[in-house]
Write a protein that binds this ligand. Structure first.
Ligand SMILES: Nc1ncnc2c1ncn2[C@@H]1O[C@H](COP(=O)(O)OP(=O)(O)O)[C@@H](O)[C@H]1O
Ligand SMILES: [Mg+2]
Length: 598
């Protein structure tokens, strides 16, 4: 896959949010529905208070004690229900959020792990998206709450407007008059912040002068030079240069806000006057307009505010998640062919070029080589020549930028990465230090047999790591890593041997990779290890391909095929004897090392 095919843009907001909602519902259907309904119900009693007031007013005016009693009860119940529903709903929401957060974390972790290549761990723009997802998981569960809250504010608003319209349709206009307060309320902090930023420098100067005049360090010089009074006046001046603009910005924005409220207030009074004198409505209706109208501006403000929140922060989180889902899906979609069980011909690289994600320098440049089934292959080359990179491409950690890799005749790009990796074994150069019990540190190399002590012991033996385990007080049961209870410190060399043992856990891999896994061992041990290992591989006559990277020619020379890389190019391929006879780069390097050992 080339970079142009990657879905780079974040998906649109509304579909992303809808997907997140569905995701929450898949994981916690009951809790999600309950908390949504509770949030809605909790909104109702509050919005209905105006209605009870209307009945109360009419009851009082018409001397109907039963109506008065009924509406007084309604008012009381509304107040109690508001509290009760809010309490219950908070609890249910808490539970929903906790559970959904765990589910989403697992979802994101699984998505990241299933993405076949590890390119997303390296591109800065992807990393940024992922780190936001990883570190701010709470953003996503907030989104549910924000969606619910938005729905509940809209419900309150709708009920209130419906009540007003039930008296006269024109009263719906009152909602429009509340809009200026919303604008000024959201505009005020922004203007004030801009002004603060504009005059940040005098503010800093004032603080600096204050520190200068009052702290111990400059005290001696301040006294000797007698600049104290000067500092005080300068500070005062700086403070005024800061405060003047800030105060006028605050006053101006307050004036606008007041004006906006005045507009709403006038409309409110107008509505009451209209209902009382023009419509000649009942006392109850007037009460309703008084109560509903007063709430209206708060409801409009809260609705707009919540939607702003939803758009600004929470939506962004859902888009990132939707992007990750799409990205993961786009990468697995192409994997439609099965992994060959045994290799007939071998692995073939055809004009493979590669640049790391987000960079343009080719780390491998037009590399073509055929590796026959059953071969032991050594890759040699200086540091940075691209050896580890070639191995990462073979493990499908990255896709070649151009060219292709074939397993027999199956393009590696089209086999499922998980299935392919299940057939790999070995150790990477930058291995990971799993701080588990030694048994598991090695055993995770073949997860189905992680607890199989016999298999683990065999892998340890194959890797020549028996001495490492023997030195641990509780053998394979020893906890590794000193920060864990009872954990022991493990040296780099020991870690490396354990990583190698982990790489030997799988019994019958198609491809065995050994990328300088023994660099911490001495040359003889490494040689002995590979000798044993290569002869075992040959004796079995399996189709397994073994690829090893080493700087030691004593090890390299026993490979069937030696691939020499130099500055991203493949320069020589052949057996030890071929390459020596050719007298090229390999022969030269071999001669230098042989002399050094002489
Ligand atoms: N993750 C990476 N991102 C960008 N460049 C990388 C990355 N890993 C390796 N490189 C670069 O690729 C080149 C080849 O690296 P590598 O394959 O590790 O070399 P070798 O294993 O032969 O020493 C080096 O120049 C290295 O700096
Ligand atoms: Mg390397």
């Amino acid at each position: 896959m080339t970079s142009s095919e990657r879905p780079d843009a974040l998906p649109p907001a509304l579909p992303s949010m809808w997907r997140l909602c569905k995701l929450g519902y898949q994981h916690e259907p009951g809790l999600m529905a309950t908390s949504f309904l509770l949030v809605l119900f909790a909104a109702l009693p509050d919005a209905l208070i105006a209605l009870w007031l209307k009945f109360l007013g009419d009851g009082v005016v018409h001397h109907e004690p039963r109506v008065v009693l009924f509406s007084a009860l309604g008012l009381g119940l509304s107040a109690a229900a508001t509290w009760f529903l809010r309490t219950v709903s908070t609890r249910v929401q808490r539970k929903f959020r906790d559970k959904v957060t765990i589910a989403l974390e697992a979802h994101v972790a699984r998505l990241q792990a299933t993405i076949a290549t590890i390119a997303h761990h390296e591109r800065p723009d992807y990393l940024d998206r992922l780190s936001v997802l990883r570190n701010q998981m709470f953003v996503l569960d907030h989104m549910y709450m924000s969606v619910f809250a938005t729905a509940s504010w809209i419900l309150r608003l709708a009920v209130t407007i419906a009540l007003l319209v039930s008296i006269h349709p024109a009263l719906a206009l009152l909602a429009a008059f509340a809009l200026p307060t919303v604008f000024t309320a959201s505009w005020r902090p922004a203007v004030e912040r801009r002004t603060q930023e504009r005059v940040a420098q005098p503010a800093r100067l004032a603080r600096h002068l204050f520190t200068l005049a009052t702290t111990a360090q400059p005290a001696k010089e301040v006294r000797v030079t007698n600049i104290g009074p000067r500092l005080a006046t300068d500070r005062r001046a700086a403070w005024e240069r800061w405060y003047g603009p800030v105060a006028s910005a605050r006053n101006a924005s307050a004036a606008w806000h007041t004006l906006a409220w005045a507009v709403f207030g006038a409309a409110y009074v107008g509505a009451v006057v209209f209902v009382t004198y023009v419509l000649r409505a009942t006392a109850g209706d007037v009460l309703l307009v008084l109560a509903a109208g007063a709430r209206l501006s708060a409801y409009v403000g809260a609705t707009v505010g919540e939607i702003g929140f939803l758009r600004g922060v929470w939506m962004d989180g859902s888009r990132r998640l939707a992007w990750l889902e799409d990205y993961a899906a786009s990468l697995t979609a192409a994997a439609d062919l099965p992994v060959p069980n045994v290799l007939r011909d071998g692995i073939r690289l055809e004009h493979v070029s590669f640049a790391y994600p987000g960079t343009s320098r080719l780390v491998l440049d037009d590399v073509s080589v055929a590796i026959p089934a059953g071969a032991v292959v050594a890759i040699v080359g200086e540091n940075g020549a691209g050896k580890s990179t070639l191995i990462k491409l073979l493990a499908k950690m990255y896709a070649p930028t151009s060219g292709a890799i074939y397993l027999d005749d199956v393009p590696l790009a089209r086999v499922d990465a998980d299935a392919w990796r299940a057939r790999l074994a070995g150790a990477f150069q930058d291995f990971y230090k799993f701080e588990l019990r030694a048994q598991h540190t090695v055993g995770v190399g073949d997860v189905p047999r992680v607890d199989d002590a016999v298999a683990v012991a065999a892998a340890v033996e194959r890797a020549g790591a028996t001495d490492v385990i023997d030195r641990f007080a509780s053998g394979l049961d020893t906890q590794l890593g000193p920060t864990w209870p009872g954990g022991v410190d493990v040296s780099y060399g020991q870690w490396q041997k354990l990583a190698l043992a982990r790489g030997f856990m799988r019994d019958d891999p198609v491809l065995l990779i050994l990328d300088e896994p023994t660099a911490a061992l001495d040359a003889e041990t490494e040689h002995a290890l590979f000798e044993r290992f290569a002869s075992a591989a040959r004796a079995r006559r399996s189709s397994r391909i073994t690829i090893l990277v080493s700087h030691r020619f004593s090890t390299v020379r026993m490979a069937d095929l030696i691939v020499v890389l130099d500055g991203a190019h493949l320069v020589e391929v052949g057996s030890h004897e071929d390459l020596l006879a050719r007298g090229g780069q390999y022969a030269e390097l071999y001669r230098i090392q042989a002399e050094a050992y002489r």
